[in-house]
Design a protein. Structure first.
Length: 362
């Protein structure tokens, strides 16, 4: 990584026409597209995010809004697998609410609006009960648990260990994964603090697992977020030899407008308006939070809600930050030092925001 030589010595743009990029909702930009490969300093703003393509699932991470604190991130891009993305307003994932039955191949998945592209995965999830075949001895800290990766296009299983009397007693499956053709190997890695500072070092723990989910939809990935929407699209399944699969789209939404319903009385000054995210409430059929709730970096909005004559009003309202949400949030008003859950008081319009990023080759 290079550096600048001193005050007044500016970084080279390396062939790029500018180092500031404005991205409308839904737009992406490959890092290195204009400036080539190399190291970059990136300030991604509120609504754009730096993403890396996951080599296992083939989806893009990290998803959600940018950094409200103005932090600069340094990275090296190969020009292909890293990008800037403004996914506000778009569907970015899905919560499987019915896994269906009888699927012998992956069904086609279509969104009712927004042109997003989806990939369903059939079978190959890790059973939530993992057999600890040897608890080992002498562990001070729970060891790191790694499941081997599925074939490309699947979902990685994850988990963590708990100890009892210095031995591994259980392995909790955090993500069941999807698309495994055979049970993954479980590798148990000591916490690096063990063996140092007179801390005992554990050894010999081992575990095995089985697969579940045959004939059902165990994973659903958004390969392309498509274009921004103001309503949640419906996802429909067809083909694959099975039936009854269903899923709810997970959005990367921002608050774009506010309507005041019940103005109220007794307000003595402007209030702060925000929202509490309401992640899709249906229970997930399979535990795969990393590709469901974990896809969106939720951030609360920061909105100035004025008052007039002691009543709330949308006249003069300022959206400093529309936040990032997976669904329509529950309104929250902070006024006169008190927090009010404001359902029915205000209504949010959801969608995408234009965002920018400052990218400097270094």
């Amino acid at each position: 990584m290079g550096y600048f030589g001193g005050q007044g010595i500016l970084p080279s743009l390396k062939g790029a026409p500018t180092n500031y990029f404005s991205l409308a909702a839904g737009e992406t930009f490959a890092l290195g597209e204009s400036a080539g490969t190399g190291a970059f300093a990136i300030n991604s703003g509120l609504y754009a995010a730096v993403q890396q393509q996951d080599p296992i699932t083939n989806i893009w991470r990290t998803i959600g809004g940018g950094d409200p604190n103005g932090s600069v991130h340094y990275m090296f891009s190969d020009g292909v697998n890293y990008r800037l993305a403004n996914q506000t307003g778009c569907a970015v994932g899905a919560l499987i609410t019915n896994a269906g039955t009888g699927y012998t191949s992956a069904p086609a998945v279509a969104a009712s609006a927004g042109s997003s592209i989806w990939k369903a995965i059939v079978g190959g999830a890790v059973n939530t009960t993992v057999t600890v075949s040897n608890g080992g001895s002498n562990y001070t800290y729970p060891p790191i648990i790694q499941f081997s990766a599925p074939p490309a296009g699947g979902i990685q299983a994850t988990g963590h260990a708990t100890l009892s009397g210095g031995a591994v007693s259980t392995i909790v499956v955090d993500d069941q994964g999807a698309g495994y053709s055979s049970p993954p190997t479980i590798t148990i890695i000591n916490d690096p603090r063990e063996g140092l500072n007179n801390v005992t070092q554990g050894y010999n723990a081992a575990a095995v697992c089985l697969l579940t989910g045959s004939g059902t939809i165990t994973g659903l990935l958004c390969i392309d977020h498509g274009t921004p929407l103001t309503a949640v699209p419906t996802l429909s399944f067809s083909g694959g030899g099975g039936s009854a699969a269903a899923a709810t789209a997970i959005m990367c939404w921002s608050i774009t407008g506010v309507t005041v319903g019940t103005a109220g009385t007794g307000f003595t000054g402007p209030s702060k308006l925000s929202g509490l995210d309401a992640f899709p409430t249906a229970a997930a059929i399979y535990k795969n939070g990393a590709t469901q709730s974990g896809l969106v970096k939720i951030r609360e909005a920061n909105i100035l809600l004025p008052e007039s004559g002691g009543a709330l009003t949308a006249t003069g309202l300022v959206i400093y930050d529309g936040g990032i949400y997976t669904s329509v949030p529950t309104p929250l008003i902070t006024t006169n030092g008190a927090l009010i859950t404001a359902s029915g008081v205000v209504t949010f319009a959801m969608g995408g925001q234009t965002g920018g990023a400052y990218v400097t080759p270094v």
